[in-house]
Design a protein. Structure first.
Ligand code: HEM
Length: 146
């Protein structure tokens, strides 16, 4: 559960990065794929995954970056309503666990990259305001696997 103050500061932090959802979502994915190349194994149907330059131009990577950020944005709109928040997160977790078979250790990896990007672009306060959200997302996604 988030306090009213936490909800407000997390939303403020998220808005900064979500303004450029496609570019920033893409930047997060490209960093995940380059720093953790094993994560590319889930995206063998994506073309042009051989270099960061190619990935940044890929419509598939860009589309997926936008999709991931849109899903997080939906969660961020419901931080004050646990039932609605989990109503978005749990089905997504189910899909990643059963259909996509993503190793859950990768959720912490992508969340840490989002926080890293927030800090680089908008500073430590921005990152700090969003840490609890990424912690909740990771905790619940991991719980789906238990
Ligand atoms: C698909 C969100 C983490 C691999 C998706 C979709 C969303 C999403 C919204 C589309 C679901 C649909 O079509 O019904 C997220 C969020 C994440 C996350 C919010 C964490 C914050 C990851 C990680 C991996 C991953 C860490 C692997 C390293 C995939 C794959 C697909 C997918 C392979 C299918 C892509 C396709 O075929 O187009 N994800 N995801 N996801 N996700 Fe994630």
């Amino acid at each position: 559960p988030f306090s009213e103050a936490e909800v407000q500061s997390a939303r403020g932090a998220w808005e900064k990065i979500y303004v450029d959802a496609e570019d920033n979502g893409t930047a997060v994915l490209v960093r995940m794929f380059t720093e953790h190349p094993d994560t590319k194994s889930y995206f063998t149907h994506f073309k042009g995954m051989d270099s960061a330059e190619e990935m940044k131009q890929s419509d598939q990577v860009r589309g997926h970056g936008k999709r991931v950020f849109t899903a997080i944005n939906d969660m961020v709109q419901h931080l004050d309503n646990t039932e609605a928040f989990l109503g978005i997160l749990n089905p997504l977790g189910q899909k990643h666990a059963t259909q996509l078979k993503v190793d859950p250790k990768n959720f912490r990896i992508i969340c840490d990259i989002i926080l890293q990007l927030m800090e680089e672009k908008f500073g430590g306060d921005c990152k700090a305001s969003f840490e609890k959200v990424t912690n909740e997302i990771c905790t619940h996604l991991n719980n789906v696997y238990k």
